[in-house]
Structure formats: C-alpha cells, structure tokens
Design a protein around this ligand. Structure first.
Ligand code: NAI
Ligand code: MG
Length: 333
C-alpha cells in the first residue's frame, strides 16, 4: 500500500467543518494516510498576520496532495491579498479541473458528464492592474503565453483521452481579443494535431454560455482561459446540483490542491446545514490523482446513494446535518 501524506487546509467559516468530515471519510477507507494541517484564510491573518504563511506553502509542497475547505474574504482590508489566488500562483497550480456530472436529484439535468479545464495562473487574473488619470482610468492587463496555453490545452486533450471522451471544446473570444485569444486559439490548433483521435471544436465564449444553458449534454471537455473558465464553471455547476456538490482540483507540476467550489458560507457555519458532499467529491478527485481509483469510486458511489435516498442536507431537500450525512456516507463505504 502506498503511503500518502495529505495536507488539510480547513480555512474559515464552514471550511473546518467540511474538512473534518472529509478526514473521517478518508480514515474509513483502506488507505495508508498521514495527515498534516496548515493555516490559510482570514483566521490565519488574525492569528499570524498573513492569510497565507510561507509554512503553509511549504507543507503543501511536502505533501502528496492537499485538501482545502474555504476562506472568508474580509471587505476592504488594506494589505490583505487573496490567499487562494496567491496559493495557485506560488505553487504554479496551472490546471483547474471542474467536473460537472448529473446527480440523482430533481434539480439536476440528465445526461451531463463534462469537465471544464481552466487555466489558473494567467489571463485577466495575472494581477497586473493600475489606476491612471487621477483614478479616472482603471487598467487590468490580460497576459496569455504560449507556454501557459500549451500546457493547459494539452491537459484537456490528455484528460479526454484518459476518460474515453471524444471531443474537446476550445472556448475563446478571438474575434475581438485578437492578440490574447488569438494566441490561445492558434496553440489549440497546433496541440490538437497531436490528438487525431479527439475532435476539437472551437466556440466563442458567449455562444458557449448560451449553449451550456440550451444543451449542456453536448460538452465532454471544455478548455479555456482563466476568467472565462471561472464564469462558465460556476454556470455549469448549477445544472448538476449546485454549490453543495460542486468540486474542483488545482494541479501543477509540484503540488495539487483539491477543494469544494463553494466559499466559507458564514451564515451556515455552526448550523450543521453545510453540505459536505462537495468536499467528499473533491476528496474523490484527490484519490484519483493519488492513483487510488478504487477508493475514489467507492466514495463517489456512496455519495450518489446518499443523494438518491435524500440522505442529505436541506440544500438537496434532505433533513440531515453535516455530520449525519458523513455518518451515512461512512456506513455505505
Ligand atoms: P458561498 O459559496 O460561501 O455561499 C453562496 C451560497 O451557497 C450561500 O447561500 C450558501 O449558504 C450556499 N452554500 C455554500 N456552500 C454550501 C454548502 N456546502 N452547503 C449548502 N449550501 C452552501 O459564497 P459567498 O456567500 O459569495 O461568499 C462567502 C465567503 O466565501 C466570502 O468571504 C467569499 O469571499 C468567500 N469565498 C471563498 C471561496 C474559496 O475559499 N475558494 C470561493 C467563493 C467565495
Ligand atoms: Mg469562482
């Protein structure tokens, strides 16, 4: 049995609650795991003066993978920075994967099984911003590189191949953003030549937003730049159960961090209403990454059974608490 070192990043609000549940679920699986914990978020800032201590980045680097809850962003605190964006950039977690798969629940649309692959370190989130003209002109620069585009597009095609999918949609706005999206698009055509078994479709981002609503089942893999991926993946997760079940993975060359898509939901903290399933599905993605495919599948199956039986929190029409859902999942494992 391979030993894995898992770094838990509880964070703020409901983050520590759902991470605690995930630790219990992981401990119930036949795995050899060692857990470490590290600080991130507003609580960390209040205790240590920074929302992302260097020691946290070091812990993640030393681990096989990290599981992250969520953080609270304080409004207008001078000198505060987003620890999530900083973590992705510091660890070069360049590939963000968001699976969207139908769940056995009335709010979910049927036959959806796609993954949105988003570039996670550049584009409009490169952090190059300035004010000019006495604060009357604001500028944000959008940086797209050949290297950044090539590696994310290759990840998308590799994923399609590994999961027996037949198509990749490359989403851009090259008709208007001729330089940045133009580069992304032309790199996509080059990379696609190496994957003759996969069909590449290109689609403008506004069309994609519309097509996602009209017929989401047509998509297998979508690959796109940072901001577009952020928006489209939030849109898509609403067709398959919403924030209570949406999970994601951030994968780089030296580290990998898995997380629920939702935030710290301060009003839910301490109420027992937080749905832990998004974190369980992020945990399953982490197990896939660690090549523990059997445990990942077992966990996904247990979660699906709970959803189908309405053994869930109020957001999925159930009457159970966070801990009760966790107990049900563990029993099914
Ligand atoms: P949110 O995701 O925390 O909540 C949005 C809505 O979804 C709320 O109605 C909430 O009750 C519900 N919800 C969220 N997670 C749920 C769960 N597990 N089970 C059931 N319902 C759930 O987003 P919001 O309210 O915009 O932000 C709250 C805080 O979280 C802010 O400080 C924000 O900056 C931060 N945030 C952090 C993220 C992260 O750590 N990656 C991502 C998004 C927001
Ligand atoms: Mg988002």
């Amino acid at each position: 049995m391979t030993k894995h070192r898992i770094c838990l990043l509880p964070g703020d609000g409901i983050g520590p609650e759902v991470i605690e549940c995930a630790e219990q679920v992981l401990s119930a699986l036949p795995l050899d795991l060692e857990f470490t914990r590290a600080e991130i978020g507003f609580g960390a800032y209040e205790r240590l003066g920074t929302p992302l201590p260097d020691s946290t980045l070091e812990q993640i680097r030393l681990s096989s993978a990290a599981l992250f809850g969520a953080v609270t962003t304080p409004p207008n605190l001078p000198g505060y920075f987003s620890p999530v964006v900083r973590m992705r950039q510091s660890l070069d977690l360049y590939a963000n994967f968001r699976p969207c798969q139908s769940i056995p629940h009335s709010t979910s649309r049927p036959n959806i099984d796609m993954v949105i692959v988003r570039e996670n370190t550049e584009g409009l989130y490169s952090g190059i911003e300035r004010m000019e003209d006495d604060g009357n002109r604001a500028i944000t620069e959008r940086v797209i590189t050949r290297k950044g585009s090539e590696r994310i597009i290759r990840k998308a095609f590799d994923l399609a191949r590994q999961t027996n999918r037949k198509s990749v949609h490359v989403v851009h706005k090259a008709n208007v953003l001729r330089q940045t999206c133009g580069l992304f698009r032309s790199v996509a055509f080059e990379v696609a030549k190496e994957y003759p078994d996969i069909t590449m479709n290109e689609m403008l981002v506004d069309t994609c937003a519309m097509e996602l609503v009209r017929a989401p089942e047509q998509f297998e893999v979508i690959v796109t730049t940072n901001l577009f991926g952020d928006i489209l993946s939030d849109e898509a997760c609403m067709f398959v159960g919403g924030l209570g079940v949406a999970s994601s993975g951030n994968i780089g060359t030296e580290a990998a961090v898995f997380e629920p898509v939702h935030g710290s939901a301060p009003p839910l903290a301490g109420t027992g209403k937080a749905n832990p399933i998004a974190t369980f599905l992020a945990t399953a993605m982490m197990l896939d990454y660690l090549n523990e495919k059997e445990s990942a599948e077992r966990l996904r199956k247990a979660v699906r059974e709970c959803i189908a039986n309405k053994e869930s929190t109020p957001d999925l029409d159930g009457a159970l608490t966070t801990n009760q859902v966790t107990e049900k999942v563990i029993r099914k494992l």
